[in-house]
Write a protein that binds this ligand. Structure first.
Ligand code: ADP
Length: 488
């Protein structure tokens, strides 16, 4: 909008008409004071200012406008009938005006000037906006850079304070920070600690992780520079994203040697204890059988019942010991498979028969394909898995002893599911049930067990290159499954 300032209404009128005929928006003021008020309250792109006005002349108005930030850049065209000599023209420029037109005004010239000034003003404003935006952008970047630097420093302090060997690397895996503890294992900030000759190479593993862009977690043995011995460490590396962009890696080596030693001692103890228990138990079993045979014709029903009960309990005890022995075999890598072509139909049938003998109340249904199919598997071990799933299904379903076995012959593997209607397992604990000695806390007191059956099952299925898992809903039931590939 253009502001026309003149103390004579007829002048304003004619200028207004002229400018409005070219579609300019025009506002007007009849005095310098009114002009100042309007300029401070509204936005004008150009001011056409009469010089001769009572009280406050045009120059004074221009000088005042030059003093305000908001108005100092508005172009001004002075209009004057009298002050045509150079001195006055110069004063006009000095007070911030941009042009000076003497009366009588040539309309064409005035319009040309108005057009040029408006264009200039627009360009000027746009330039200023760009400049401001650039300045703001630079400020933001500077702030972000400072914040980033602070964050990186904080991270380094944290990594320094931790009792771990730690490092950070850029997005390509190049190490850019190591903490003090690193230097106990490596003589350079750029060289990864050396792992045991039988373990994987740390740098190779880390670079592979960076290429695949996923987390790394592995156990590895490291040797301190001043020691001959290797200690177990848990090596972890995680990618860090900032504003959705992956730009850093953090790696740590946690000393887990003490924990490993304890675990080994526990495994050794279990192995020795179960071996030692096995021999006397086998003798007890044999003596009970002898006793049972020699009392065959004995009249006392009660004695017979006692002997049967003792035999049953000894059976349970030997199963437990067999499981503990399996655990130590798994730990020492000695759990070997004895594979031969076996009909899966026979395995299912044999397991169902066994369960019927030991659990009289069980109601087991078999669904899916019931035909013969030969698989190259360890018959006893797969029976052990299915029996474990079935006994668990019954044990953890105290109110409903109906169990369903579902066999699915898929494209590349045979899948067996055991479904129960029991207590179920909360979602977050479902994968953990296959871990060694894991039992679901909420129910562990109500049901007897050691938490090793499923761990052994998982190992047996892994050794057959199959899959295993569970889908379950608390209070509705569980479906445990395992699969066996047709070709290993
Ligand atoms: P155990 O039964 O001796 O505790 P397992 O290794 O066979 O050991 O099972 C581990 C845990 O998984 C059990 O303690 C139980 O909490 C849970 N679990 C296994 N099978 C079922 C099932 N069918 N329904 C509900 N929970 C189950």
């Amino acid at each position: 909008m253009i502001l026309v300032v003149d103390d004579k209404e007829e002048n304003i009128y004619s200028l207004k008409k002229l400018l409005e005929s070219k579609d300019f928006l025009v506002d007007s003021a009849l005095s310098g004071e009114e002009a100042l008020k309007k300029v401070l309250n509204n936005d004008y792109a150009l001011i056409i200012l009469d010089v001769q006005m009572p009280i406050m002349d045009g120059f004074e108005v221009a000088e005042t406008l030059a003093g305000f930030n908001k108005t100092k850049d508005i172009p001004i065209i002075f209009l004057s009938a009298v002050n045509t000599d150079k001195q006055f023209i110069a004063k006009g420029y000095a007070s911030g005006g941009i042009d000076y037109v003497t009366k009588p005004v040539d309309p064409d010239i005035l319009l040309l000037k108005v057009n040029t000034f408006l264009k200039l003003y627009k360009q000027n404003t746009e330039l200023k906006e760009i400049q401001n935006a650039l300045r703001a952008e630079i400020d933001i970047r500077k702030r972000v850079q400072i914040e980033l630097k602070e964050k990186v420093e904080q991270l380094h302090y944290t990594l320094e304070a931790l009792p771990l060997v730690a490092f950070t690397a850029d997005e390509n895996g190049k190490i850019d920070f190591v903490n003090q503890k690193w230097m106990l294992f490596s003589d350079s900030e750029h060289v990864f600690p050396k792992s045991h000759p039988d373990d994987k190479n740390i740098e190779v593993e880390f670079i592979n992780t960076v290429i695949q862009n996923k987390k790394l977690e592995m156990e590895i043995r490291l040797q301190k520079l001043d020691s001959q011995e290797y200690c177990y460490h848990l090596f972890k590396a995680i990618p860090i994203k900032e504003n959705g962009i992956q730009n850093k890696w953090i790696g740590t080596f946690t000393d887990i040697d003490a924990h490993k030693q304890i675990e080994k001692k526990k495994d050794d103890f279990l192995s020795i204890a179960s071996h030692e228990l096995k021999t006397p138990l086998t003798s007890i079993k044999a003596y009970i059988q002898l006793l049972s045979r020699s009392l065959k014709n004995h009249e006392s029903v009660q004695i017979k019942t006692y002997i049967e009960k003792a035999y049953l309990q000894v059976g349970k005890l030997s199963e437990l010991i067999a499981d503990l022995l399996d655990i130590s075999k798994i730990e020492s890598g000695e759990l070997k498979l004895n594979k031969k072509d076996t009909d899966i139909k026979d395995i299912i049938k044999s397991c169902v028969d066994t369960i019927h003998q030991t659990h009289s109340s069980a109601n087991i249904k078999v669904l899916g394909n019931l035909n013969s199919r030969l698989l190259n598997i360890d018959e006893h071990r797969i029976e052990q898995v299915l029996l474990n799933y079935l006994t668990n299904a019954l044990k953890y379903s105290p109110n409903n002893q109906t169990i369903t076995i579902i066999r699915e012959d898929l494209e590349n593997e045979l899948l067996i599911k055991v479904k129960d209607n029991g207590i179920g397992i909360p979602e977050e604990k479902q994968q953990k049930v296959f871990s060694k000695f894991y039992r679901v806390e909420e129910t562990s007191l109500k049901f007897q067990g050691l938490g090793i059956g499923l761990y052994i099952c998982a190992d047996i299925i892994k050794k057959h290159h199959g899959r295993y898992g569970v889908k379950s809903e608390p209070n509705k039931g569980s479906a445990f499954y395992f699969s066996l590939p047709y070709h290993n």
